[in-house]
Write a protein that binds this ligand. Structure first.
Ligand SMILES: *Cc1c(COP(=O)(O)O)cnc(C)c1O
Length: 498
């Protein structure tokens, strides 16, 4: 390996290993003076019945400067969407406007108690009614619950609603059909709901294979779960026929709405024929969600399914007052209180700030960004489905593996040396050595060009110096982890050496 290649300039600041806070400072250093003891010494121990500690805890002795630097350093070791491009396909890692944070921290929202009587929480209820109405409009499915805490939770909620609907019709169905491009949460949801999964293959264009779908459909099928645009970033041109085929056997069509960022204001799942969808507010409507939480996965359904929604739902009564209402055949609660309310506030702030035209522009920009990158990269990497994509596209590193033994994992690790968060890899499962890229609308043209340049440089490096690629990353606080050992023997605890 040449030194020159290993030292590709990184846009990230130097972030080498550093001492732990326990290993820094000195016994004289202080950033906090405890007030003098104002109770008799030993009284606490008496209270604890002799169970108090006998030795002082081993706390770090650091100055205020040192502690400020410690936490600032830790924060800088984290890669976030505020540090650079984060094209994590399917996750919609867009910039989260600070306006949303301001809104959800307003004292009237942040200081509320979930047991407050509705009469004293009119503003919060009005916000939820407004958000539900907005999501109903965007999705084309007017009845909405805001309770679910994430996309996967929304999927489960919707399938429970489907089951209640079928049971109410005296119709005990057993199976749910899912295309092989689906996100793993779809089959997991089906299993959790007590249904059986029937997987169907995608067609040569990456869409639903209509013949395979028709062959899988019968009166035992409760639903089809489909992501559109799907996880290949492709919009299914047969979507109306797909939903019609599902309805012909009395089944329901579910849209995994995680990819709503591609179609806001352009088309609506309700108009395509879907009966229900979830919306990942933390993805499409900009709540920070790297690292896993909290999110919100509202579910939007047709009027026919509305009586089965979880309750209570926020409503506006004839008097103009806002209140809670539980639908007639409700499946019950799926989440405590009003769901993850802070995420709902952020989403509503985002929607109001952008407006209808702004949301549409965001989707159009996201789609344009993805197509721009796809065209720049498709010469250097395989592109198994070479169609106009939506907000994301999937490359394959198969060429690099065959020619040089460089795997997609190596490519992803090497991107870190270029100061870029790697895209999703090895998903969707139907693409060999998959690299799933979602640039989002919030990366500038300059960011997109920087990402493309890094990917093209990596393709050249893979050909010139495969060894370099196997060793990447070189510039991160920790190098390549043994991922299996990191899971099986996690090293999470520091112990003093003396
Ligand atoms: C993110 C995602 C989900 C799951 O959503 P969570 O909010 O993470 O539970 C489901 N399907 C697709 C396609 C996704 O991208």
């Amino acid at each position: 390996m040449t030194e020159e290649l290993a030292q590709t300039p990184s846009t990230a600041p130097a972030r080498g290993p550093r001492k732990l806070i326990f290993e820094t400072g000195s016994p004289e250093s202080r950033c906090f003076e405890a007030p003098a003891l104002d109770v008799p010494a030993g009284s606490l121990d008496d209270m604890l019945g002799g169970a108090g500690r006998t030795r002082a805890p081993r706390l770090p002795h650091v100055s205020e400067t040192e502690i400020a630097r410690h936490y600032t350093h830790l924060a800088s070791m984290n890669f976030g969407v505020d540090s650079g491009s984060y094209p994590l396909g399917s996750c919609t890692m867009k910039y989260n406007p600070r306006l949303n944070e301001d809104a959800c921290r307003l004292e009237g929202f942040a200081g509320m108690h979930p047991y407050q009587p509705p009469a004293t929480a009119q503003g919060a209820l009005e916000l939820m009614v407004g958000l539900a109405r907005t999501l109903g409009e965007i999705s084309g499915l007017r009845a909405v619950t805001l309770q679910p805490a994430a996309g996967a939770h929304g999927e489960l909620t919707a399938l429970m609603v489907f089951r209640a609907y079928h049971v109410a019709n005296g119709d005990a169905r057993k199976r749910v059909v899912i295309p092989d491009a689906a996100h793993g949460t779809n089959p997991a949801t089906v299993a959790m709901c007590g249904y059986e999964v029937t997987t169907i293959a995608s067609d040569a264009n990456g869409g639903v294979d209509l013949d395979a779908l028709r062959a899988a459909l019968d009166t035992d099928v409760a639903a089809l779960m489909l992501t559109n645009p799907n996880t290949l970033g492709l919009f299914d041109p047969n979507i109306v026929e797909v939903c019609a085929a599902v309805h012909e056997v009395g089944a329901l069509a579910y849209c995994d709405g995680a990819n709503l960022n591609a179609i806001m204001g352009v088309t609506r799942p309700g108009d395509m024929g879907f009966d229900a969808m979830h919306i990942n507010l933390h993805k499409t409507f900009a709540t920070p969600h790297g690292g896993g939480g909290p999110g919100a996965g509202p579910v939007c359904v047709t009027e026919a399914l509305a009586p089965f929604l979880p309750g209570p739902l926020p409503v506006r009564e004839a008097t103009g007052a806002f209140a809670w209402m539980t639908p007639e055949h409700s499946i019950g609660r799926v989440k405590a209180f009003a769901g993850n309310f802070g995420v709902l506030v952020r989403a509503y702030a985002y929607v109001l700030a952008l407006g209808g035209d702004g949301l549409k522009a965001a989707s159009e920009q996201a789609v344009l960004s993805a197509n721009y990158l796809k065209e720049k990269l498709k010469g250097a990497y395989d592109l198994p489905y070479d169609r106009t994509c939506m907000h994301e596209f999937v490359l394959s590193g198969a060429r690099q593996r065959k020619a040089n033994g460089v795997r997609t994992l190596d490519i992803a690790k090497r991107l870190l040396d270029h100061g870029i968060h790697p895209p999703t890899i090895y998903f969707p499962l139907i693409v060999d050595e998959a690299i799933m890229i979602e640039p989002t609308e919030t990366d500038s043209l300059e960011d997109l060009d920087r990402f493309a340049a890094a990917m093209l440089a990596i393709a050249r490096e893979a050909a010139a110096d495969p060894e370099l690629m196997h060793g990447a990353p070189y510039t991160t606080p920790v190098r390549r982890l043994d991922e299996a050992r990191a899971v099986k023997q996690p090293d999470l605890r520091w112990r003093p050496t003396q």
